[in-house]
Design a protein around this ligand. Sequence first.
Ligand SMILES: Cc1ncc(COP(=O)(O)O)c(C=O)c1O
Length: 492
Amino acid sequence: MAKNASGAIIPPFNQLNGKVRVPLHRQVYQRVKNAILDGSLVPGARLPSARTLASDSGVSRNTTEIAFAQLEAEGFVERRVGAGSFVAASMPDFVRKPLHARAAKTSTNNVNNSLSERGRKIKAAAASNPTAKQPFAPCMPSLDAFPLQTWNRLTARRARLSGRDFLGSDDPAGYRPLREAVAEYLSAARGVKCDWRQIVIVSGTQQALTLATQLLSDAGDEAWFEEPGYLGARAVLQNAEARIVPVPVDEQGLNVELGIKLAPAARFVYITPSHQSPLGVTMSLARRLALLAWAEGAGAWIFEDDYDSEFRYTGRPFAAVQGLDSAGRVIYAGSFNKVMFPSLRLAYIVVPPHLVDAFVAARALSTGDAPTLAQSVMTDFITEGHFSSHLRQMRALYHERRDILLDAVARELTDRLRVEAADAGMQVAGLLDKDTDDQKISTQAAARECRVSPLSGYYLLDRYRRPGLILNYAGTPPETIRRTVRTLATII
Ligand SMILES: Cc1ncc(COP(=O)(O)O)c(C=O)c1O
């Protein structure tokens, strides 16, 4: 093993491998560089000569010369005529050890200490992304049934015709034809009252809520939140440092009367009225009207997350709360990410006219506009009728899957898992007996590749907490639904 004058040791090169594709000089270069980066060779340390290193390592002098020349060119090594080669006294920033390699050595404690309080909460709220292959994976549509050929054809056509037009950025409010198409769709299908100028295209409901909380609530403001409620939205409100007031949900949706008692001067309300997440109930008309009347009087903002309202299997769909609002208190949000496919990252907000500029400014500041190509293809998908026919097909498919699920649950889990509201959406919540540990069931199910979320985790307060399981059936094929319910039955 070669030693330098100051006693530092050059790692042995006897494992240089002449058979691999990496040339020997590159292997020598890499070993010396690694020794410098991991601190075995300290700045200023003298290196053995290229000749000594060559004979110690059993390679030609030419090999070590090439390696040294490369190390010198990159600033790792300084060669002084007559004095020898040295590890560079100061390392330029770009040659420092790659961050990910250092991070591996950093303990969780150190990571947490280096994060802000907000950063720690964000990190704690992170959930792993579901994959399409996991039965009942949350928020997963049926990707198998997506009309991929049509989408690819429209994408190819746009890419061919648009040329350089799409290379620059567009309006941060969104691609105008898409805003127009969304406004038309929402007024026809969801009873939303809006002009296309009120539509702001964003990347997801998550971003819509982030912008709304940034613009409309300050740290410490009270925010009503459905109890139990959607975890993604809860994380956004926590991040905005809102004082979350859990307001219980019953069979009529959010209990507005109780909300008014608990926090009459709240500034912000998050609701999922068409299909409450996670319980699945629909908010009654009386509650909708009571909420609007209170919001108008209190000067509060209602954030209406109209997630999965496209899928209703019994009765007529309820129009959006936004359509009933005559005081301009509702921020309405909908998403294409689940009715189309999760990687699309396109959603929309409808904001009262006087707030449009503020939302567009916040949107521009956060991520700039959405990719124009994707927006234009989405526009064609809607205006050429593919969107409505896709919705019709998915409604029929999810209806069938819901029936298969309810049937399997009734057969395999009679009385042990009680599904109460299943008229709409892509998932159902099933209630378990009072003392059941739903977290444990969820963990055991995950070990068998089944993603069921424990209902208890959606509650903030112990006095309301109920155990149960969330089953997202939309993306799970019939046979897998039946098999997975049998698996769940053995676990429960
Ligand atoms: C209640 C609710 N809102 C919104 C979304 C969709 O959010 P995004 O558009 O950010 O993907 C989901 C699921 O992903 C959800 O469960």
